[in-house]
Design a protein around this ligand. Structure first.
Ligand SMILES: NC(=O)c1ccc[n+]([C@@H]2O[C@H](COP(=O)([O-])OP(=O)(O)OC[C@H]3O[C@@H](n4cnc5c(N)ncnc54)[C@H](OP(=O)(O)O)[C@@H]3O)[C@@H](O)[C@H]2O)c1
Length: 258
């Protein structure tokens, strides 16, 4: 992609300290954007920013707290006076069996994945001008029925619905809103949040890649970052209100045997 794609644009990546968010922040920075990464752990964010370079800035903020996101907006306003790209990526990715879903689990899921996306975008809107791009993060789990995914998949479906409404709401301001739905991308979250061991992640990834993913491998944070750079850039100026599935074809083909 041309190095002019997002050069000089100001981007916010929520959950930018690890995993997909880190990969996206790195790709945006490589392509010349000034990037603000947020998350709850400041040490993780600072380490991530130091790894990428001095055009990446760490700001501690919890997406489920509106006051935190308003503070991030004020900070970016004071430093840059504008925001061109939101990659709203922070998410809580965990499963719970139907019949065992607790209220606490449900609240954390919805507060992070639904409330978090809504209030992130709402807080940043005053900074966004014509030609800005909002990218939300859904998941292939929103449109295939996976066992035990009720809560997570429902939040990811809500994200697609919100994006479509916002593409209409923001039409007059010429702000585009799109969704990226990643497929299987092994990240820190598989171990830290889902509690899998590195061996379990590898076995699972190898098995799914061989059996279900036409390109024959799982995704990387860079794969998703490349899609973020594209949707954040003017090169995607005629792409609006879409759900871009970045999954190596996994959800588009039949993986069973006839
Ligand atoms: N990896 C996959 O296979 C996959 C597939 C489909 C969709 N997704 C989606 O892609 C996104 C990123 O996933 P990932 O695999 O990169 O996850 P990850 O490695 O667990 O990273 C998630 C990031 O979000 C941050 N975060 C979580 N809760 C937050 C909160 N309340 N406020 C602010 N930041 C918060 C975390 O930082 P702190 O803990 O420091 O806050 C962390 O940096 C998620 O929305 C996930 O649902 C992932």
């Amino acid at each position: 992609m041309s190095s002019q794609a997002v050069k000089g644009k100001v981007a916010l990546v929520t959950g930018g300290g690890t995993g997909i968010g880190f990969g996206a922040a790195r790709r945006l920075a490589e392509e010349g954007a000034i990037v603000y990464i947020t998350g709850r752990r400041l040490d993780v964010l600072q380490e991530a920013a130091a790894k990428i370079g001095d055009t990446v800035h760490a700001v501690q903020a919890d997406v489920s707290k509106n006051e935190d996101m308003l503070r991030v907006a004020s900070f970016i306003q004071a430093e840059q006076g504008k925001l061109d790209i939101i990659f709203s990526n922070a998410g809580y990715y965990k499963v719970s069996r139907l019949g065992e879903i607790t209220e606490e689990f449900f609240d954390q899921m919805y507060n992070t994945n639904v409330k978090g996306n809504l209030f992130t975008v709402q807080a940043m809107l005053p900074l966004m001008g014509e030609g800005s791009s909002i990218i939300l993060t859904s998941s292939m789990t929103a449109f295939i029925g996976l066992p035990d995914y009720t809560s997570y998949a429902a939040t990811k479906g809500a994200i697609i619905a919100m994006a479509k409404c916002w593409a209409t709401d923001l039409k007059a301001r010429k702000i585009r809103v799109n969704v990226i739905s990643p497929g299987l991308v092994p990240t820190e979250g598989y171990e830290d949040v889902q509690g899998l061991s590195p061996e379990q992640v590898k076995d699972f990834s190898d098995r799914i890649a061989a059996a279900e993913i036409p390109v024959g491998r799982v995704g990387t944070a860079e794969d998703i970052g490349n899609a973020v750079v594209f949707l954040g850039s003017d090169a995607s100026g005629f792409i609006n209100a879409v759900n871009l599935v970045v999954d190596g074809g996994q959800t588009q083909v039949y993986a069973g045997k006839l």
